[in-house]
Design a protein around this ligand. Structure first.
Ligand code: TA6
Length: 295
């Protein structure tokens, strides 16, 4: 059964063995298992903390949380009542349809409409659709944002990001190409320092120390490589990318982070998070990423 609809999640199964699981809460991909090009045995490609809540009590610590309409602590007046990273990752989405189911792959669409809780925090009428597609060596996620306001209303402004927890040894993993990009270092102690752009001097960036970097106007394609593995991310319409790993000191303070969890992942998060997407009433914005197994 390529698509299995359960009460709290949708399970995708590819005819050649790969699989993916999407929690309806947050439309959070909590598992992606895919074989490498040298072995047929599917392995887990994402990190989910053993302490992660999967019962809808809080956003999932791991997998691919969907960040919308704000990244980080809200700064836009429209978002002032929202929690960190917005409402997409902490609301229950609806399975809408299976849009592909053949030898090439399996794809489903989930949707989110304003509910009472969201409407208390966010005034704009919207429709979100999230399409997750599992191919033999790839997983893609597309976020479609429709501004459902009347044509006479001003455009909405939002941010969006895929908060990927890529399973990899943090002691060895590198992400490239980032050389020469401007980035904002959120590990700096003062707001002034965090707001001061730096220039990346490394082609490949490690996360050997606490790293929380927001790269602006990035290339849109990233290689995440380590000794025995690699994932490539190819994006459309996502101009920025965030690289995050808290390492031990900051990681140990994260309540739902398993002991030593920070050693098992790198977050490489494509998005539109510097500035805002401006979307006219009646228009739709689409941001896409494709995660490809390189090794
Ligand atoms: O994307 C990096 C980041 O913004 C970090 O600053 C850290 O806060 C991380 O997201 C996790 O955020 P969360 O709200 O899931 O604890």
């Amino acid at each position: 059964m390529p698509v299995e609809i359960r009460t709290d999640r949708v399970v995708l199964k590819h005819p050649k063995g790969p699989s993916a699981e999407i929690l309806l809460y947050g439309a959070t991909v909590i598992s992606w298992k895919s074989a490498s090009h040298t072995s047929n045995e599917p392995v887990e490609r994402l990190f989910v903390s053993a302490k992660a809540a999967l019962d809808g009590s809080k956003p999932v610590r791991g997998g691919i949380p969907v960040v919308f309409p704000c990244f980080g602590a809200p700064t836009h007046p429209d978002h002032s009542k929202l929690p960190q990273h917005g409402f997409a990752r902490n609301n229950v989405w609806t399975y809408a349809a299976t849009v592909l189911d053949n030898e090439a792959g399996v794809s489903v669409r989930l949707t989110l409409e304003p509910n009472a809780t969201i409407q208390e925090q966010y005034a704009h009428p919207f429709h979100l659709a999230y399409v997750v597609t599992l191919a033999e060596h790839e997983l893609s996620t597309d976020l479609h944002v429709k501004n459902n306001a009347l044509s006479t209303t001003p455009p909405i402004e939002f941010q969006a990001l895929f908060h990927n927890y890529i399973r990899a040894p943090s002691s060895d993993v590198r992400v490239s190409p980032l050389l020469g990009l401007s980035y904002y270092d959120k590990t700096e102690a003062t707001e002034e320092a965090r707001a001061t752009p730096k220039k990346e001097v490394r082609q490949a960036v490690d996360v050997l120390r606490f790293t929380d970097s927001v790269y602006e106007d990035a290339p849109g394609r990233y290689d995440i490589l380590w000794g025995s593995g690699g994932i490539e991310i190819v994006t459309k319409n996502l101009k920025d990318v965030v690289v995050w790993n808290p390492q031990a000191e900051a990681g140990a303070k994260i309540g739902d982070m398993e002991e030593g969890g920070w050693e098992k992942y790198i977050c490489v998060e494509p998005g539109h998070v510097r500035g805002y997407v401006k979307l006219e009433a009646g228009q739709t914005w689409i941001g896409q990423q494709v995660l490809k197994v390189k090794v």
